[in-house]
Design a protein around this ligand. Structure first.
Ligand code: ZN
Length: 369
């Protein structure tokens, strides 16, 4: 079955939900609070979304060791298992540090198997033709590397899904609209043309601080290697990018490259930390950008597996991800989910942002195969 055949038959949208994927804590003061997913779920429930016949709530499963090791080294998986049972020992060499971004915590292996398995369930439901699109908002943990935890991410569920799909002979396009570069996914497929990765993200020194915005990679010139040359695409956006600039960059790069690549499956990482109220980033987009971007994905003819990602303003997460699931269903969006008064630059700031955005677009298109 080709992607096009399948999407003609499938209808509706699935969302993975289970209180267990929303209840763990990394550390009491940690910004990634999986409880944020409760707000998304409760908002959709209040709007009556789960009573719709075309909305399916999907139960998660644990990923298997073999699925995790599609991307991660066995030694790393064993270290995470040890950290999960005994979080007080030293796992620094694996990127796990008690005071760092990704601390060891009790039960981390088990809950990470569940968040990864949730993305695999979303993939399986779409491949089986039971839904047009399925989303796992607990996933999208795009920074995890083969042998190292990074940036709140332990197992890289988007890379695992892309890898499993590629192993089945499918052409995969991965589009990452989180505020941070999708470095772990790019690294996993840097040498291959079977997975096209496109990441739109903030890039450069953090205004007022001088040190580089995390993770410091994702320049427009990073474009893959060997057979993968031209299949890693980076749209390196300036700090303070607003809706007008972001939408322009998205439209210039994403639809034309996907149309040229013609994937069997689209995999999206929809972190909502580029939102203008997010405390950890400097991008300034609103629900307007996300209605446009996710609406564009929804209008494409490809099988579609979606994930969450970053997002540290609980109200922005709640409203935007609820809004995005409504778009996946083809349902109308109530105004209460939209930002009433998003920021928009004028004058000299407008010109500065637009000029830097032009450079980002030119570099991204110039990098493509
Ligand atoms: Zn992020």
């Amino acid at each position: 079955m080709t992607g096009r055949d399948a999407t003609e038959k499938a209808k509706g949208a699935g969302i993975v939900w289970d209180p267990r994927i929303a209840s763990h804590v990394y550390r009491d003061d940690h910004p990634l609070r999986p409880e944020r997913l409760v707000g998304v779920h409760d908002t959709l429930e209040r709007l009556g979304v789960f009573a719709r016949p075309d909305a399916r709530v999907l139960a998660p499963r644990a990923a298997t060791r073999g699925e995790i090791e599609r991307i991660h080294a066995p030694g790393y998986v064993e270290a995470v298992m040890r950290a999960s049972a005994d979080p007080d020992a030293d796992y620094t060499e694996w990127g796990l540090h008690p005071d760092g971004d990704t601390p060891p915590f009790a039960g981390m292996h088990e809950v990470s198997l569940l968040t990864t398995g949730s993305s695999l369930v979303a993939m399986e439901e779409v491949l089986a033709g039971r839904v047009r699109v399925a989303v796992n908002y607990s996933g999208g943990l795009h920074h995890a590397m083969a042998r190292r935890a990074s940036g709140f991410c332990i197992y890289n569920d988007p890379a695992i899904v892309c890898g499993v799909l590629a192993d089945r002979g499918m052409r995969v396009a991965y589009v990452d609209i989180d505020a941070h570069h999708g470095d772990g996914v790019q690294a996993a497929f840097y040498d291959t043309d079977q997975v096209l990765t496109i990441s739109l993200h903030e890039y450069g020194p953090i205004p007022g601080l001088g040190r580089m915005f995390f993770p410091g990679t994702g320049r427009g010139s990073e474009r893959g290697r060997g057979k993968g040359t031209g299949y890693s695409i980076n749209v390196a956006l300036p700090a303070f990018t607003d809706d007008a600039a972001y939408i322009r960059a998205f439209d210039a790069v994403v639809p034309p490259l996907l149309e040229r690549y013609r994937p069997d499956v689209l995999v999206t990482q929809q972190g909502i930390d580029p939102h203008f109220t997010d405390p950890l980033t400097d991008l300034k987009i609103s629900t307007r950008t996300r209605e446009h971007a996710v609406g564009t994905f929804a209008a494409m003819p490809y099988l579609w597996v979606a994930m969450g990602g970053g997002g540290y303003s609980l109200d922005a997460v709640r409203r935007t991800w609820a809004l995005e699931f409504l778009i996946m269903l083809g349902a109308s969006v109530p105004d209460e989910l939209r930002d009433a008064d998003p920021p928009a630059w004028t004058g000299a700031e407008r010109k500065a942002i637009d000029d830097l955005t032009d450079v980002a677009i030119r570099e991204a298109l110039g990098a493509a195969w």
